[in-house]
Design a protein around this ligand. Sequence first.
Ligand SMILES: [Zn+2]
Length: 254
Amino acid sequence: MGRKYFAWSFDDGLEQDRKIVSILKEYGLGATFHLNSSMFGDKTYEGRIGNLGMTEKPADSFDPARRHLLPYVEHFRLSKEEAMQLYEGFEVASHTCHHVNLMKCSEEEREKEITEDVKDLSEIFGYQVTGFAFPYGVGAKQSREALQKAGIQYARTIQTAKDFLFPEDPLAMPMTCWHVSKKAIEKLDSFLLAKPQEEDLFFLMFAHGYEFDFNTKESNWDKFRRICERVSLHKDVTACSIGEAFRMHEEGVR
Ligand SMILES: [Zn+2]
């Protein structure tokens, strides 16, 4: 019989990750955090449209008096020192040095953004980084060679997977669900109740920490907690990082 794996995937290395990590620990879940090695301590504000972060404003141009025009939340990145402490026991993965759009980069720039981020994060965190997430979800086609050169084994896009199987192409890996989806809980429940036959099953839930601060119906801390609680109640599901799920899947752990 196949096994079931669940992983959270968070991007950008934000201050909201403090609360995320404490809730994950409470429920005994793993996760992967995708970081930009040249942006530690960077502060911007993220404007919300619906449940999605849509407009980013640098902190020095942010006007709190005009906050009402778009509801803004903090998009403050952790310092390097705090990140080193906070993510202990979780997987750190790459997200390019400067959060660039890889589709708009020159080939040289693309390779540099990927290779140097992987190298720097590996040095900072003391192990070889093997995971990646595309900033804005784009550029998988253009980046394949650079990712392989950097030793990356899986790279996450923001496409949605059609099923609960491990991706056919790990270097252009879809997510299973963005937590803001109206169907997130329903989809999660169908995964949790699924009985795997031969094949292993995998659920990758995607989020940015700041999205929980939106406090809308579909994007809030309570929903995050509910998802964590549901997963933790299913003892047949291994709740780990993306990297661990791939490793166990490939080694055929039973
Ligand atoms: Zn990002």
